[in-house]
Ligand binder design. Structure first.
Ligand SMILES: *[C@@H]1O[C@H](CO)[C@@H](O)[C@H](O)[C@H]1NC(C)=O
Ligand SMILES: *[C@@H]1O[C@H](CO)[C@@H](O)[C@H](O)[C@H]1NC(C)=O
Ligand SMILES: *[C@@H]1O[C@H](CO)[C@@H](O)[C@H](O)[C@H]1NC(C)=O
Length: 424
């Protein structure tokens, strides 16, 4: 049995410091575009680029009519800082991760920060690289890989969009108001507006019919959002005082569900069919919450976890409804809450030494107040910490989460897992 005490004590203390990147946390993710073709882009001499670009388009789209099968064409990623791969680098925002030592273990950049809010790969990165098509996957060990490109990166133009685009933004949420503390971030409505732009670019690149096939059959849409709607909206007294006075927790959760329903429906209208949605993780257990509430190592803050569970229950119902009501669409539910809670509760079983302390951070018992940056204390054993910083899992935790989502148990991923979704 778990030794967790979901105590009520001190749960209403929330520290608000402008400038602190209280990004989101734990939500969800995914899949990425395994592609040998990007290797060519990087290696090709400039005069070969055109040819290679043509081959890439032909290969990605050429067999799109054949149903799922082994090759996933692309991955389109939406959500928050758990899966942001650099969009916020291009925004004037207080939520930034392109500062050291973030990315210290990210081999593709040689340890240079990329805008990912972790020490290495996000769940989306890992899942993509794990899809077992050995001849198509440039192995990371070989230094050959291509991750989802951030929509806001000026280099994200042309054929590269057929391999997947990342729209996720640290601080972003389901509601437009979420994350306003950061001044700027992309909320879900805007992320989908951006996909609408990408969608039109695809039509231009390969023609409407092939583009449609590509989006319907060869593309996975992964959405990892919701944590910030609690952490950086509902639970922030300064910003949400009006909302909180006038809205009960259930009212707020219902609002979130109705917004995400229309967001998913918009993606469906743009031809998305294969979806995976992460629920909200145990946001009461992150180092930030444990530190500011001065909890013991075996305690989590009750209110944020209770809110997450209320939202999660309704999200699961929503996905079941959408599976029934949107013809041809499959919505996979990723139970990040239980997955992460399992890692935290039984951390030693998974080879971790700490599930409470941020590897990179400062302040209080769990280094959970000041976000990871050049002046933070940094642990030596990064792969022995569940949490990289006060809010986000380490790469080691992301690897374990990603494995479960790819091939795991129905209690963590349902009604099918990511491998099965890919092969539909
Ligand atoms: C875009 O690509 C060019 C050429 O490869 C590179 O020098 C530049 O750093 C890239 N820009 C960004 C924002 O990644
Ligand atoms: C959020 O902002 C977008 C873009 O400005 C807008 O289209 C959308 O209607 C807004 N959503 C809500 C619920 O206000
Ligand atoms: C996509 O953009 C077009 C305008 O360019 C608009 O008419 C359409 O409603 C948008 N679709 C969605 C699902 O937002």
């Amino acid at each position: 049995m778990s030794t967790f005490c979901f105590c009520f004590k001190r749960q209403r203390i929330y520290v608000l410091k402008p400038g602190i990147a209280l990004s989101s946390l734990i939500s969800i993710p995914f899949i990425h575009t395994p592609s040998i073709f990007h290797r060519h882009y990087h290696m090709a001499a400039p005069n070969l680029l055109l040819l290679m670009a043509f081959m890439a388009v032909a290969a990605v789209v050429g067999d799109a009519g054949g149903g799922g099968g082994e090759a996933l064409g692309a991955s389109y990623i939406f959500g928050d800082s758990l899966v942001d791969a650099g969009n916020n680098n291009f925004l004037p925002t207080l939520s930034k991760a392109n500062i050291k030592p973030n990315g210290i273990d990210f081999k593709a950049s040689g340890g240079t920060p990329t805008g990912r809010y972790t020490n290495g790969r996000t769940i989306g990165d890992i899942v993509g690289m794990s899809v077992p098509i050995p001849e198509l996957i440039p192995r990371e060990e070989l230094g050959q890989k291509q991750y989802s490109v951030p929509f806001l990166d000026p280099n994200t133009t042309g054929d590269v969009i057929l391999h997947g685009v990342n729209y996720a933004s640290g601080g972003g949420g389901i509601m437009n108001a979420t994350g306003s503390i950061f001044v700027n971030r992309l909320s879900m409505d805007i992320q989908i507006d951006y996909f609408n732009i990408t969608r039109k670019q695809m039509d231009k690149l390969v023609g409407a019919s092939k583009a449609r096939d590509h989006v319907m059959k060869k593309s996975i849409f992964s959405i990892s959002v919701g944590s910030n709607d609690f952490l950086n909206n509902y639970l922030l007294p300064v910003l949400s005082i009006g909302a909180r006075v006038s809205q009960t927790p259930d009212g707020f959760v219902d609002d979130l569900i109705s917004h995400i329903r229309s967001q998913l429906t918009r993606l469906y209208q743009l031809d998305a069919r294969k979806f995976i949605l992460g629920n909200v993780g145990p946001i009461g257990c992150i180092p930030y919450q444990r530190t500011i509430n001065q909890l013991n190592a075996d305690e989590c803050v009750a209110l944020p976890n209770q809110l997450a569970l209320r939202y999660n229950a309704k999200l699961k119902d929503l996905l079941a409804q959408l599976n029934d009501n949107l013809p041809g669409a499959t919505f996979v539910h990723a139970n990040v809450y239980d997955l992460v809670l399992e890692l935290i509760t039984n951390y030693d079983k998974y080879g971790f030494k700490s599930a409470t302390k941020a590897c990179c951070g400062n302040g209080g018992q769990y280094a959970g107040i000041v976000p990871c940056g050049p002046t933070s204390s940094l642990c030596d054993d990064r792969d022995k910490h569940v949490f990289w910083d006060p809010y986000h899992p380490s790469e080691a935790a992301n690897v374990l989460i990603a494995k479960q989502l790819l091939q795991g148990d129905p209690k963590y991923v349902s009604p099918i897992n990511l491998m099965q979704l890919r092969d539909l």
